[in-house]
Design a protein around this ligand. Structure first.
Ligand SMILES: [Zn+2]
Length: 354
């Protein structure tokens, strides 16, 4: 089994901020970016520089602070957008420009008022222009879910030839089903003749609660970048949750033929920071969240402990046995945790971290 790298692209600062009420100041974005860097996220999408002066300044500040992660700026396939992103990122140690154009018939006709030929031409032009600023260029087909697969193949082949190094397939409105989305990614990778010259990426929304499942189906079918946010923050029902994706791939390494570089001991810190800054509380029993409850059943506890908690050494913050609750940081190897017996089962639990 090979161990491909799965690139973690965090868009908490860009797409996450689209949650109504989740806007962040420049300083807050820099604090989150530093935490993401410590988490060892590969790419931090810091904002949409053309959108406002504030966005531009925030992307610039993040680019000038972060050194270990690549810093990315979003740009429509327009000269002004791409130049503004290039300007914001010019001091980055490693910069990426992420440009996009709609590829669905409805968007091409009514929003862009462009023919399919013109869309291909504009996409190629945008990627080439972005390459003047950095050789790390991502292209997204907006509304890919409603686009014709033959047309997607055509656009992707053309932009890879023009120098795009990452091809992103978004499920913009969170409508896809896992088997369907996985099959689309498989077909694209098989049918685009130069697909081996780019990393295929996905960006899933959680309108039907399937953002993580759809992303994982794509990974199983060859995607090697996932776009996600801390705590699943994002517009409407949010984006795919970084912590759930990372832990699923790590825990079920028997299923997923790839690995991330994420330092999972930093997940809780990042989750709390994003929650505190945005004011978006995390659901107490959310998977891989700040607080995880362990069932009093020793079998279940061992299962959860060995498969999920141990690899992170940081996820357990509260352990419940019946009505009793033990708090622990669960961060020290060799530490023994003791949960007193519950009245109903009479079972005490001792857990040792290793
Ligand atoms: Zn999105």
């Amino acid at each position: 089994m090979s161990n491909d790298k799965l690139i973690i692209f965090d868009t908490t600062l860009r797409d996450g901020e689209q949650s109504p009420g989740a806007s962040m100041t420049k300083d807050e974005k820099v604090r989150i970016a530093k935490a993401l860097e410590k988490l060892r996220v590969d790419v931090i999408e810091a904002g949409f520089p053309i959108a406002s002066v504030g966005d531009f300044e925030a992307v610039k500040a993040v680019a000038e602070t972060v050194t270990d992660s690549t810093v990315c700026g979003l740009a429509r396939a327009l000269d002004a957008d791409i130049d503004r992103a290039g300007e914001a990122l010019k001091n980055a140690n490693s910069a990426r420009i992420h440009t996009f154009i709609a590829t669905s018939p409805i968007h091409m006709e009514h929003k862009l008022r462009m023919s399919p030929d013109q869309v291909v031409e504009q996409a190629v032009y945008a990627v080439k222009r972005a390459r003047n600023f950095t050789d790390n260029v991502e292209f997204s087909a907006e509304d890919a879910g409603r686009s014709e697969i033959d047309f997607l193949c055509r656009v992707f082949e053309a932009v890879i030839d023009a120098g795009a190094t990452t091809i992103n397939v978004p499920d913009t409105v969170g409508y896809a089903m896992p088997w369907q989305f996985g099959d689309t990614i498989k077909q694209l990778i098989e049918r685009v003749p130069n697909s081996d010259k780019a990393i295929f990426s996905v960006h899933c929304h959680n309108d039907l609660g399937l953002a993580v499942a759809n992303s994982l189906a794509a990974v199983q079918n060859g995607a090697r970048q996932v776009e996600c946010t801390i705590n699943g923050l994002g517009e409407r029902a949010g984006n795919a949750s970084l912590e759930e994706l990372v832990m699923a791939v790590r825990t079920r390494h028997d299923v997923y033929d790839c690995e991330t570089s994420i330092d999972t001991t930093q997940i809780v810190t990042c989750s709390k920071l994003v929650s505190n800054i945005t004011g978006f509380a995390v659901q107490p029993n959310k998977a891989m969240s700040v607080r995880m409850h362990l069932h009093t059943s020793p079998v279940f506890t061992r299962m959860v402990y060995s498969r999920v908690v141990r690899p992170t050494r940081s996820c357990v913050h509260r352990m419940s046995a019946g009505r009793r609750t033990a708090w622990c940081s669960a961060s020290t190897p060799g530490e023994t945790l003791f949960v007193p017996a519950s009245k109903s089962s009479g079972t005490s639990l001792r857990l040792r971290l290793n």
